[in-house]
Design a protein around this ligand. Structure first.
Ligand code: LLP
Length: 421
């Protein structure tokens, strides 16, 4: 359920006409719906125990407007870099609601998290544990830590976004968990607070989660018997969303919540969740304009002003995004098949192949649906294309929450060395 719908013949975000926004801010641009963000957050919060920490995964959408919208509802943040940590704090998410994940935290990032007083570090290796210990001791602080345990479960998702199998770079193999916890317990700068697990993203069945959580709950019992204080279980993110209008939707938050309740019943641990996509994906669209419709030998190309630098998912993961006309196709409107492509000089700059859709002509506006997660955050300035701006809508109000970078600013990021001046 989202708040993008046709009204008076034009696609709206809540009460804002995307065609009007296109005129005002130019294309391409991202547009997010506050109501959808809020709805998804509330649906998730209602499905999990009341005292849980819901740490929105900032990597999915790090815009300050989006983060503050969620912060107002009580969301925490899951961050994976000093940059994301700073963004979460700048958006008004308090440090005690921030968890810090990631396999390659630098010493500077650890220091930042320690000084801010974050809720916990999700540590992914023994060397990282040692480094964090040294920094905490030097500061006279103690780092609250979970170890990210890799349960060796296949998440049955795209190979490029699975993380929970044995030889993944993420986490500590479950076979080594007891040793790692014993090592952590010997470090004075480390305080063990729980276990962390995250098996992958865009997971569309409950079974892999259930298998992973069962292993983690078993491990929690073993670790408690070993004398460790396992007070928190961080169950990560990963619940998928529907990218196609024609397939069976993934389990909804309430089914996920019921499964979590079954899996963790009686353990008496505070739960932490790190949803990203589930909250943000269907709360955002990318609007682009058709530059040209070009007839090839056997097929037609719709060439857009958005490229893989704006929305990388199709090029990187062969991901499917629905593409709809902003002007509502009326009954009887001609349909046609296109390869929908961007202007970037790469043969992978293709959003869809042979996609049947309402016939397009130059100047038409199209919207990529389900683009609110892993869209703008993965954009780049490749081909010296300024990344698309972002707009946040609330009812009939809208605000440019990230302006388009001007060409002068884009060029000014480079410097000519003194020997060429
Ligand atoms: N927690 C950790 C430790 C993660 O690595 C991730 C995502 C999440 C939480 C949030 O997962 P979510 O609820 O959004 O599934 N760029 C890819 C997705 C990469 C996901 C990376 N980790 C894509 O566009 O599909």
């Amino acid at each position: 359920m989202n708040h993008f719908a046709y009204k008076s013949g034009s696609l709206h975000a809540e009460d804002v006409d995307l065609a009007v926004l296109a005129r005002e801010v130019g294309t391409p641009f991202y547009c997010y719906s506050s109501a959808t963000l809020e709805r998804h957050y509330r649906a998730f919060a209602a499905a999990v125990p009341k005292d849980s920490l819901i740490a929105f995964s900032v990597k999915a959408n790090g815009n300050l407007g989006v983060l503050r919208t969620l912060a107002r509802l009580g969301a925490g943040a899951d961050v994976v870099s000093g940059g994301e940590l700073r963004k979460a704090l700048a958006a008004g998410i308090t440090a005690e609601r921030i968890v810090f994940s990631g396999v390659g935290k630098t010493k500077a990032e650890m220091a930042l998290g320690l000084e801010a007083g974050i809720h916990q570090f999700n540590v992914e290796s023994e060397p990282e544990l040692d480094a964090l210990n040294v920094i905490a001791l030097a500061k006279g602080l103690v780092a609250p830590v979970t170890l990210r345990i890799n349960p060796d479960v296949d998440a049955k998702t795209h190979a490029k976004i699975t993380t929970g199998t044995a030889e993944s770079k993420f986490g500590i193999p479950i076979s080594r968990a007891r040793e790692a916890y014993a090592a952590a317990a010997r470090l004075d700068g480390i305080r063990i607070v729980g276990i962390d697990v995250h098996i992958g993203s865009q997971i569309t069945e409950l079974a892999p989660f259930e298998a992973a959580f069962a292993r983690i709950v078993e491990l929690a019992k073993v670790l408690r018997a070993d004398g460790h204080d396992i007070a928190r279980l961080d169950l990560g993110g990963g619940l998928g969303v529907s990218y196609r209008t024609d397939n069976t939707p993934p389990p909804d938050p309430s089914a996920y919540g019921a499964m979590v309740e079954r899996a963790t019943r009686g353990l008496g641990a505070r739960l932490i969740f790190e949803p990203g996509r589930l909250i943000a994906a269907n709360a955002g669209v990318l609007v682009a304009q058709v530059l040209y419709v070009k007839q090839g030998e056997t097929k037609a190309f719709a060439i857009l002003d958005a490229g893989m630098n704006d929305l990388l998912r199709p090029a990187l993961y062969e991901a499917h995004h629905e593409i709809v006309s902003v002007a509502e196709p009326m009954p009887g409107h001609a349909r046609a098949r296109y390869d929908v492509v961007g202007p970037v000089c790469e043969s992978t700059d293709v959003f869809a192949q042979g996609r049947e859709m309402a016939a397009l002509k130059a100047g038409d506006l199209v919207a990529f649906l389900t683009a609110g997660a892993y869209g703008a955050v993965m954009s780049s300035a490749y081909n010296a294309r300024p990344p698309a701006p972002e707009v946040l809508v609330k009812g009939e109000r809208w605000s440019v929450v990230r302006p388009r970078i001007g060409y002068d600013a884009l060029i000014a990021t480079d410097r000519i060395p003194d020997w060429l001046a």
